[in-house]
Design a protein around this ligand. Sequence first.
Ligand code: KG4
Ligand code: ZN
Length: 333
Amino acid sequence: MAEPLILAIESSCDDTSAAILRGNRVLSNVIAGQAVHEKYGGVVPELASREHQKNIVPTVHTALREANVEAKDLTAIAFTQGPGLMGSLLVGTCFAKGYAQALGIPLVAVNHMEAHIMAHFIEQTPVMPMICLTVSGGHTQIVYVKGPLQFEVLGETLDDAAGEAFDKCSKLIGLPYPGGPHMDRLAKEGDPMRFEFPISQMPGYQFSFSGLKTAVLYFLQKQLKHDPEFIVNNQADLAASIQHTIVQILLIKLRKAVEDKGVKSVSLAGGVSANSHLRDSVMSWKSDAFDVFVPDFQYCTDNAAMIGCVGYYRFLQGQEAKMDVVPMSRLKI
Ligand code: KG4
Ligand code: ZN
């Protein structure tokens, strides 16, 4: 029997994305970004919902066209149920429900955080069990992955997410939103050892990033009193030093989880896994006896292909959603 043909919809934050998958193979993965938030220095939920409303139909049509697939041939529709912004999630959920009903095909509800991990199962099957570090704008988690859809969360952040730490610290040193990619680029020109910031000491596999943001703020306030040009003159060294600190905080816990669980593979997921310092550091652990999985850039940040991959595995297990399914802003793994 042919593998199921799945349309996936992602609308949890500020990217509208639609993908078509045949099994776990991606035929198209279309992402419509939302530049409207840039001037506000962060995502404005109300504007995000309105942009999704504008983008969703053309994005789905483009995904179908690029995959050379007709809607009548679809087997199921997978959509992001949560976690995320309620207004944004509602747009994707309502669209998915309406389209599934019109086409007379099943609906599959997908957890966005599971999808970031399951991006590793797109067109491959990683070595398992593995430890996955999921680092995004809203979440930071260390997850023990026993198999597809078999997860045990070992620890997470108690306050800010790693992506938030990147974005908030970037803002403090004058970089545009979202700061993560800008800090990554600028850090390449700077000295990561120039400034020392505190590495939070949390129990077990827990993280905390809010102290770092405060430490950077106080440090900058002090320096600016003596030298109003301090940030401008030291921006690259600041970026490199802050990035180094965030990556060290992540690597210490990741290493601990790998050693404690005795796994033979590790993986990165979520938007922050696009960070080149984090990727290079984890890649350096690779050996004949130890595997490292880092998703393609297009599957690191929010995308519908990863939603489709979870949708595929859930569909195989017969886990269809009912028509009264609702989005959940705080959905947990
Ligand atoms: O997973 P994602 O696309 O959206 C959420 O679900 O949050 O992650 C977005 C986050 C943002 O905080 C962004 O600054 C960060 O990922 N990010 C990066 C890089 N690219 C994206 N952070 C550091 N370095 C990067 N290269
Ligand atoms: Zn995400």
